[in-house]
Design a protein around this ligand. Structure first.
Ligand SMILES: Cc1ncc(COP(=O)(O)O)c(C=O)c1O
Length: 375
C-alpha cells in the first residue's frame, strides 16, 4: 500500500466512524421550500437584483485583478465602503471577501499575546479561528453578569469582547446594552458580529448596534453580504483609525484579491432595495414571531430564539436527521445541525423564516414540525 493509499484509507475509516455516529456531513442540492438558508429576504435569486448586478459587471468587469493594495483598489470599492460606513453610521468601512475572512483577518490584527478576548460561548467558528490566530488569551462567557465578574480579574494587556448580535445557531438576540455597559465600565473594547442582523434590524438594515444607538460603545461591527443581502462578501465598519490599521495588518485583506465587481454591484443593489423593503422586513419578523409562539406552545425547545432563526432542539443527531428527512418528504428543505457545530446533545433543526414564505407555508411548516416531533 502506498503512503497516499494508506492515508486515504485512514480518512475513509474516520468518515465511516462519523457516519455511524450520525455526524457525517454531506452535500445536498436545494430541494423543496427553502426554510433553511440565510437568504432571509429572498434577494439571492431576485431577478431585478440579478439584472442590476449583471449590468454592474458589464460596466466594471468580472474581477478586480489584484489585491487592493496593489492595482485591485477600484473606485467601486471606495464608493461601496462609503455607502456601507454611512449605513452603519460609522466613519469608515473595509470590504473583505467573506465573513470568514473578515473575522480571521480582524482578530490577529486587533489582539495579541498579553491581551484577553472575552468570547461569547456561542460565537461562530470564524470568530473562534480568528481568536486562535491572534495569540490572545481567550475567556468564554455566557452572559453579561458572568462577563462582569471575569473582567474584574487583573490583566496586563487590553481586554476585548467578541459577540454576535443575533446568535447564529440559537437565534437569540444578545443583550447588547447590558454587555456594552459592562464592557465600558471595565475598559473593554467591544466587537459585534452582525452577520444575522444586517438587513433585518435598524434603519435600512444597518444592524442591531445602530438600531440600539450603541455605535459609540462598540469598536467595530462586522457585517456579511451573503445572508440577508443575498450576495456574498463582508465588511467591517468603525473608526477610520481602525480601518487604516486593518488595511495594513489584516492579512486576509492585505494578501487576498480584492472583492470582485459582481459582489460590489450586488451589495450596492441590495442596499438600495433595503431602503424600500422596511415593510417586507417587518412582515418577516411577524411571521417569525408567529412560528416561535406556535412551536413553543406545542412544547418544543427553541433554545431561547427571538429572531427569524428558529431552532428546534431534538437532542441526538439521529433524531434531528430523521425529523429533517421527514420534513423534506413534506416538501420543506430542512437540514439537521449537529455537533461539533452545536454542543453535544443539542442536535437541532435550524429553521429560518424567510420573507418569500407565505403565511400558509409557515402554518404548514409549524403543523408538520409538530407532527413529526410528536411521532
Ligand atoms: C456569525 C457569523 N459570522 C461570520 C460568518 C461567516 O460569514 P461568511 O459566510 O460570509 O463567510 C457567519 C456565517 O455563517 C456567521 O454566522
Amino acid at each position: 500500500m502506498t503512503v497516499q493509499a494508506r492515508f486515504l484509507a485512514e480518512l475513509d475509516a474516520q468518515s465511516a466512524l462519523r457516519s455511524a455516529a450520525g455526524l457525517l456531513r454531506t452535500l445536498a442540492l436545494p430541494a423543496g421550500v427553502d426554510v433553511t438558508s440565510n437568504d432571509y429576504l429572498g434577494y439571492a435569486a431576485d431577478p431585478q437584483l440579478a439584472e442590476q448586478t449583471a449590468d454592474f459587471v458589464r460596466t466594471h468587469g468580472a474581477g478586480a485583478g489584484a489585491a487592493r493594495l496593489l492595482r485591485g483598489h477600484l473606485a467601486i470599492h471606495a464608493q461601496a465602503e462609503a455607502a456601507l460606513a454611512a449605513l452603519a453610521q460609522r466613519e469608515a468601512a473595509l470590504l473583505f471577501s467573506s465573513g470568514w475572512a473578515a473575522n480571521t483577518g480582524l482578530w490577529p490584527a486587533l489582539a495579541g499575546a498579553g491581551d484577553v478576548v472575552f468570547s461569547h460561548t456561542a460565537n461562530h467558528a470564524s470568530i473562534i479561528d480568528g481568536l486562535r490566530l491572534s495569540k490572545a488569551q481567550r475567556v468564554i462567557f455566557h452572559h453579561p453578569a458572568e462577563l462582569a465578574q471575569q473582567l474584574q480579574a487583573p490583566r496586563a494587556g487590553r481586554a476585548f469582547v467578541a459577540v454576535e448580535s443575533v446568535q447564529s445557531m440559537s437565534g437569540q438576540l444578545t443583550d447588547l446594552p447590558a454587555l456594552c455597559a459592562v464592557a465600558t465600565a471595565h475598559g473593554a473594547l467591544v466587537v459585534v458580529d452582525e452577520a444575522h442582523a444586517t438587513g433585518l434590524y435598524g434603519r435600512d438594515g444597518a444592524g442591531r448596534v445602530a438600531a440600539l444607538g450603541l455605535g459609540d460603545q462598540v469598536l467595530c461591527t462586522l457585517h456579511t453580504g451573503g445572508k440577508a443581502l443575498g450576495v456574498g462578501g463582508a465588511w467591517l465598519a468603525g473608526p477610520q483609525a481602525l480601518v487604516t490599521h486593518l488595511l495594513n495588518h489584516a492579512r486576509s485583506f492585505v494578501y487576498s484579491t480584492a472583492v470582485p465587481p459582481a459582489i460590489v454591484g450586488g451589495l450596492l443593489a441590495a442596499l438600495v432595495r433595503l431602503q424600500a423593503d422596511a415593510a417586507v422586513v417587518a412582515a418577516l419578523h411577524a411571521k417569525a414571531d408567529w412560528l416561535r409562539t406556535t412551536l413553543a406552545a406545542a412544547g418544543l425547545d427553541l433554545d431561547g430564539s427571538q429572531s427569524c432563526i428558529v431552532p428546534v432542539v431534538l437532542g441526538a443527531p439521529e433524531r434531528a436527521l430523521a425529523v429533517a428527512l421527514a420534513l423534506r418528504g413534506d416538501g420543506f428543505d430542512v437540514r439537521a445541525v449537529r455537533p461539533p457545530t452545536v454542543p453535544r446533545g443539542t442536535s437541532r433543526l435550524r429553521l429560518v423564516v424567510r420573507a418569500p414564505l407565505s403565511e400558509a407555508d409557515v402554518q404548514r411548516l409549524a403543523a408538520r414540525v409538530i407532527h413529526h416531533t410528536r411521532a
